[in-house]
Design a binder for this molecule. Structure first.
Ligand SMILES: C[S@@+](CC[C@H](N)C(=O)[O-])C[C@H]1O[C@@H](n2cnc3c(N)ncnc32)[C@H](O)[C@@H]1O
Length: 349
């Protein structure tokens, strides 16, 4: 396994983010030209650039009490959840997620997951349910050993924890620490891990933290005044072990997606399926933009890793598949539809 980057290398990653990530251009809202002063320390940079928008936070917090109502405002997320597991299985099937050299043939049995922007826990809880109660039991298709789920909304984290406690298996994982909900942001978590790295610098490098990082329906909600998708993605990629996957879903910024997600989905009841104000079309992200930012992020992160096997030269792995909602049938993968609206994507460090 490749060594974890030393603090100085991690610092260089963040400093390079500070100097480069604000320069990515697009026709969406994310075209800030501001740049961070080169002298900013990594911790200060991360703290000052929280990607959380106050409006988004208040919108999603307001949905907390109805999050687990399968017919409520989060209905679309509930319906989409089985496809997330299907897509993750596709990623895992493409190879070993913890191997930095590409040589290992046996896939890992114990994967550590991080769910960023977990909301009330629809995906995180379903993943936690797949963690074996005893290590001797064979792994499940997710190969999950642990799940850490984070969200900036304290209301959502409270609802998520309360719901998790109602299932004895999931509750057992909460008690054992194999399943954790944290009310924090990606930036705060990165900063905390950076400090841990700092504390350990004299010790043997321990390797990355997570094998799988998930980002479902989040990137289109970050604050364009304080962050960019490129910055956000690279921060998420940094939390992965070499060979790990960043997996997400989002919505392309197209005319059909404007009609479906903004006009129809947010129409008054009984037509609409999500509350008004859930989406801001200009913040949607096209697959080619996302692929470019994600691949740049992977290059940045790989270039900072101690990598004697030269795996930074490995081909960049990118998966993308459109998904469509069919009334009465639910969400289905529709390869080729990714440039119309909703899609799943994954990139490997
Ligand atoms: C549409 S919900 C998706 C929830 C969950 N991922 C799911 O799909 O079931 C968006 C979530 O992203 C969270 N969020 C918004 N901005 C965020 C940010 N900058 N960083 C992390 N999470 C964020 C919100 O609090 C909310 O829980």
């Amino acid at each position: 396994m490749a060594a974890r980057p030393s603090l100085s290398r991690v610092s260089r990653v963040i400093n390079s983010l500070a100097s480069t990530s604000f320069s990515s251009s697009s026709s969406s809202s994310f075209s800030s030209s501001s740049s961070a002063p080169a002298s900013l320390s990594p911790s200060t940079f991360l703290r000052r650039h929280s990607s959380v928008s106050a409006d988004e936070l208040s919108h999603f917090s307001g949905l907390a009490n109805s999050w687990w109502d399968p017919m409520g405002p989060s209905r679309v997320l509930h319906l989409m959840n089985p496809l997330r597991h299907e897509f993750i299985a596709t990623c895992l099937a493409t190879g070993d997620t913890s191997n930095s050299t590409g040589n290992t043939t046996s896939p890992p049995a114990n994967l550590h997951y991080l769910d960023i922007g977990c909301g009330g826990g629809i995906f995180a809880e379903s993943l936690a349910r797949t963690i074996p109660l005893t290590p001797s039991v064979p792994g499940t298709p997710t190969r999950a050993a642990s799940m850490t789920a984070i969200d900036p909304s304290p209301h959502l984290i409270r609802i998520a924890r309360a719901h998790a406690r109602t299932d004895p298996t999931v509750d057992a994982h909460l008690r054992s620490g194999h399943f954790k909900y944290l009310n924090t942001t990606l930036e705060e978590l990165s900063e905390r891990l950076l400090k841990e790295e700092e504390a350990k610098e004299a010790e043997q490098p321990t390797g990355g933290k997570f094998d799988m990082v998930t980002l479902f329906e989040v990137i289109e909600h970050i604050d364009p005044n304080t962050s960019t998708p490129a910055t956000f993605l690279t921060n998420a990629l940094r939390l992965l072990k070499p060979g790990g996957w960043l997996v997400g879903s989002t919505i392309a910024r197209t005319f059909p997606s404007f009609l479906v997600n903004q006009v129809i989905a947010e129409a008054p009841w009984p037509v609409g399926v999500v509350p008004r104000g859930t989406h801001e079309w200009s913040k949607f992200v096209n697959p080619d933009e996302l692929e470019g930012w994600a691949k740049d992020g992977v290059r940045t992160v790989r270039s900072q890793l101690h990598n004697p096997s030269g795996s930074q030269n490995k081909a960049l792995e990118w998966l993308c598949c459109g998904v469509m909602y069919f009334p009465g049938l639910g969400w289905k993968m529709v390869p080729g539809s990714e440039s119309w609206g909703n899609y799943f994507w994954a990139v490997r460090v």
